[in-house]
Design a protein around this ligand. Structure first.
Ligand SMILES: C[S@@+](CC[C@H](N)C(=O)[O-])C[C@H]1O[C@@H](n2cnc3c(N)ncnc32)[C@H](O)[C@@H]1O
Length: 197
């Protein structure tokens, strides 16, 4: 299994404890790769870790993995179609790619005075700057169809899609908070399971 954007390595830890035969992880941040290494070592686990942007060739083997997954990292790519093509190349035929990201509708709507209001146009995919850790990254709020069409172009078929507000996140917010009110009405997250044809 390969994780794209492995962060601090907690998902790799979970899978390592599930006795996955081989674990790989990549992240653009050296700090995160260091954190993953330390975290896995402290759990008695190991993974092949590569520090690289997901958009670039970085020596990951092709036609090799049964599963590639990514949790809240794919949306950071500056080249969605290229990244999905790269991920398809890492997978064996019939291999599975699962990823999650913020649901685009969540970025468009605010809860105010017990009403949901559109503050941003759903169709607006223009780039803007966001600070992440030590640097600034460019981000675009892509439409759901942009993800689905990029998957199709890269040779994937979508097998399942989940639109939800995570229970764990919901429980960490007061029921009357604007976030909780919004999350009850619309999905905060979407998850896609796609298979390489
Ligand atoms: C929100 S964190 C999620 C981390 C981890 N998947 C988790 O669930 O805890 C997003 C991660 O994506 C990484 N990232 C951002 N842009 C990236 C890129 N272009 N290529 C690879 N990793 C990237 C960040 O360094 C960060 O570790």
């Amino acid at each position: 299994m390969l994780e794209i954007g492995c962060g601090s390595g907690h998902s790799l830890q979970y899978l390592g404890e599930c006795k996955v035969s081989e674990l790989w992880g990549t992240d653009i941040s050296e700090k995160q790769i260091e954190k993953t290494t330390q975290h896995l070592t402290s759990c008695g686990l190991s993974a092949k870790l590569i520090c690289s942007p997901m958009e670039e060739e970085c020596g990951i083997p092709e036609d090799y993995f049964d599963f590639v997954y990514s949790i809240y990292a794919i949306g950071w790519t500056t080249d969605l179609e290229g990244t999905f093509c790269r991920i398809a190349s890492y997978l064996k035929k019939d291999g599975v790619f699962i990823f999650s990201w913020s649901h685009p509708i969540h970025k468009c709507v605010v809860a105010e005075n017990n009403m949901l209001t559109f503050k941003k146009c759903y169709f607006d995919e223009s780039w803007y700057s966001v600070s992440l850790g030590e640097g600034t990254l460019a981000l675009s709020d892509r439409k759901l169809s942009t993800y689905v069409n990029a998957l199709a172009k890269a040779g994937f078929v979508v097998e399942q899609m989940i639109e939800q507000s995570d229970d764990e996140i919901m429980q960490s917010w007061d029921d009357n908070s604007e976030f909780a009110k919004k999350a009850k009405m619309l999905p905060v997250t979407f998850v896609v399971k796609a298979r390489k044809l």
